[in-house]
Design a protein around this ligand. Structure first.
Ligand code: ADP
Ligand SMILES: Nc1ccn([C@@H]2O[C@H](COP(=O)(O)O)[C@@H](O)[C@H]2O)c(=O)n1
Length: 582
């Protein structure tokens, strides 16, 4: 596809009134044909935009590196030859983020759009990847921008010597305009995007495209991860990685078939500019990516699926946190996602399960400790100087929910030397009131995370007598004076946790002094606890969409305690292989 700026609106969203606003729910193929995602008529706007952006002139091929040498140092940061953007960049970035926060709260919590930067060499498959991501996010409004739309118009002289023009050098692009456009979209403002004419090497006058903001914004282009100013705005950075020979072959095919270019010209441009610039700028920017997608053979649908899920989770979790200020979810980095991928895998060995669970637990426990009150505490350093620091303000203790909560005790001990840890055993009941390994209780159906606004707490008002019984407790004698980290790796229905919290409160612990710490929390459990105990905090590493009929967290991790302590049954459906090996 030749670069196109367009957006896709979910079927129920209002469409733009602008004749140029491409808001039809259409997507485009890599070859630039508009295709349609099942709900009817072809998108005229998309086709129109394709036409505007796809026309590439014939004469512009051979160019050498006599131009494009100014100003780059102020724009780039990627290798030794690329100093950082500017002294003020980080300050500007900070004040921009504050503006976004203000804007988000002024919008009644309407979250900041999710910005993805997609880089990779020429013809690596960036546009193809972007289209696949757009396709996977059918229900979201997605805006796709291309770096190519922001090519700087050539001067008369540059136009006369166009064969010597280096289109792969950063100076060929008007980066300040890209940054402004992205910032405006992040602030949910409409933007105008230039239409680049590949024939005249200039912008088409008076035909800028009006683009409305979206839930997800994608910017793709060879240099987007090489540019610090763009990169720093991105919530997710993707590098499409394709073998050089394959890229040359794809570019050759594309440029000769779609851009009317000659084979010799393509090769000359490639060897003179494209390849050296790739090595200088594009390839080094790979190290800035959160995710690298190998794009040589086939369409790597696993990667696309992972990315789409991650975006959905990110947007969904933001929603939950917006509703419940007492919910804290660890920042959804790929590192956390990667560790969850391991522990949630039913085939993982027990040693890996324990290793990666321990790492996640350590992270959530550390994070939870950050929510304890601190008081000012000055000390003297070995240099004789004063360090104005802090120390814990109040006594703390842990309480683990027997038995899986015990898997979290080591991490707490590792963080807080000598910490007292109490225990609570809650008897789980099945839905008929009979004893069972699992708490089973009818619960309202759980919607997708995006629809959690629909959950109505009154509908599910819980009768305290239905809570499971606390069978055993052993708590520090002075627990009422302490902050309590209540440890349970899985929050499912929330009823066991509620029984434990009620018990702690009955022992005199103030609700605002309880921090419920888990590895995974279900939306349902979050809803229950956050509603019933609004002054308590929940700290978790991921929120899962729901519960099965028998109240297992979905997609979940199975029976955490059994997997951690190696006590799963032979035929346990959540574990295959031979755990006894470990
Ligand atoms: N996985 C793939 N297998 C084969 N051809 C592909 C694949 N991905 C992309 N292409 C083709 O390679 C060319 C370049 O892809 P495109 O997505 O436009 O790359 P970019 O946006 O990085 O320049 C297009 O002709 C496209 O059809
Ligand atoms: N007038 C132009 C502008 C750009 N190019 C080439 O496009 C490449 C970037 O686009 P991809 O889709 O391939 O990433 C870049 O390598 C430029 O050489 C051009 O040929 N003419």
């Amino acid at each position: 596809m030749r670069h196109t700026t367009f957006s896709r609106t979910p079927p129920d969203s209002p469409t733009s009134s602008s004749p140029r606003s491409p808001n039809n729910p259409a997507v485009s193929t890599p070859s630039g044909e508009a295709i349609f995602n099942g709900n009817g008529s072809p998108s005229k706007h998309i086709s129109q935009l394709m036409e505007l952006n796809c026309s590439v002139g014939k004469g512009r091929r051979k160019i050498n590196n006599t131009n494009n040498t100014t100003n780059t140092s102020s724009l780039l940061e990627s290798s030794a030859s690329m100093p950082s953007l500017s002294q003020n960049h980080h300050q500007n970035e900070h004040s921009f983020r504050s503006k976004v926060d203000e804007r988000v709260s002024a919008n009644g919590g309407n979250r900041e759009p999710f910005l993805i930067g997609v880089a990779g060499g020429t013809a690596s498959g960036k546009s193809t990847v972007c289209n696949l991501i757009m396709n996977s996010l059918q229900e979201k409004r997605v805006v796709l921008l291309a770096q190519d739309s922001f090519y700087r118009p050539l001067t008369e002289e540059e136009r006369r010597n166009v064969k010597q023009y280096n289109f792969d050098h950063p100076d060929a692009i008007e980066w300040p305009l890209i940054v402004k456009t992205l910032k405006d979209l992040l602030l949910r403002r409409n933007v105008k995007v230039p239409v680049y004419d590949f024939v005249t090497h200039s912008r088409k006058e008076g035909v800028d495209i009006n683009v409305e903001p979206g839930d997800v914004i994608i910017i793709e282009g060879i240099l987007v991860l090489a540019m610090e100013a763009v990169r720093d705005l991105c919530h997710m950075k993707i590098f499409v990685d394709t073998d050089d020979d394959l890229r040359l072959a794809r570019r050759m095919k594309r440029d000769t078939l779609e851009r009317g270019r000659q084979v010799d010209g393509v090769i000359l441009q490639y060897t003179t500019f494209v390849k050296p610039m790739f090595e200088a700028y594009v390839s080094p920017s790979k190290r800035n990516a959160d995710i690298i997608i190998p794009w040589a053979g086939g369409q790597n649908s696993v990667a696309i699926d992972l990315i789409a899920k991650h975006i959905r989770t990110k947007l969904g979790q933001t929603d939950l946190r917006r509703i419940y200020p007492n919910l804290v979810v660890l920042p959804p980095h790929f590192q956390i996602r990667g560790m969850h991928t391991i522990i949630r895998d039913r085939t993982v060995s027990r040693s890996d399960f324990v290793f990666y669970s321990d790492r996640i637990i350590r992270l959530v426990v550390e994070h939870a400790l950050g929510y304890l009150p601190f008081k000012e505490h000055q000390i003297e350093t070995p240099t004789g100087e004063t360090y104005r620091g802090v120390s814990f303000y109040s006594k703390i203790c842990g309480v683990s929910m027997i038995r899986s909560g015990e898997a979290m005790e080591n991490a707490l001990r590792a963080c807080c030397k000598g910490i007292k840890i109490g225990k609570i055993l809650v008897k789980r009941r099945d839905k008929d009131g009979l004893g069972s390994d699992l708490l089973r209780r009818e619960s309202p159906p759980v919607e997708e995370e995006e629809n959690i606004d629909n959950l109505d707490s009154d509908e599910d008002e819980l009768d305290a007598s239905k809570l499971p019984d606390v069978l055993y407790q052993k708590l520090p004698y002075d627990i009422s004076e302490r902050y309590v980290l209540l440890l349970d790796p899985l929050l499912a229905t929330g009823y066991s946790a509620m029984a434990a919290i009620n018990m702690l409160k009955a022992e005199g612990v103030l609700e605002e002094r309880i921090l419920f710490v888990s590895v995974i929390a279900s939306t349902q459990g979050v809803h229950q606890l956050c509603t019933k105990f609004p002054r308590m905090k929940i700290i978790t590493s991921e929120v899962d969409a729901g519960l099965s009929d028998d109240n297992r967290v979905l997609p979940g991790v199975g029976e955490f305690g059994d997997r951690y302590f190696g006590t799963e049954k032979e035929d346990n459906e959540f574990m295959v292989g031979s755990p006894s090996k470990f």
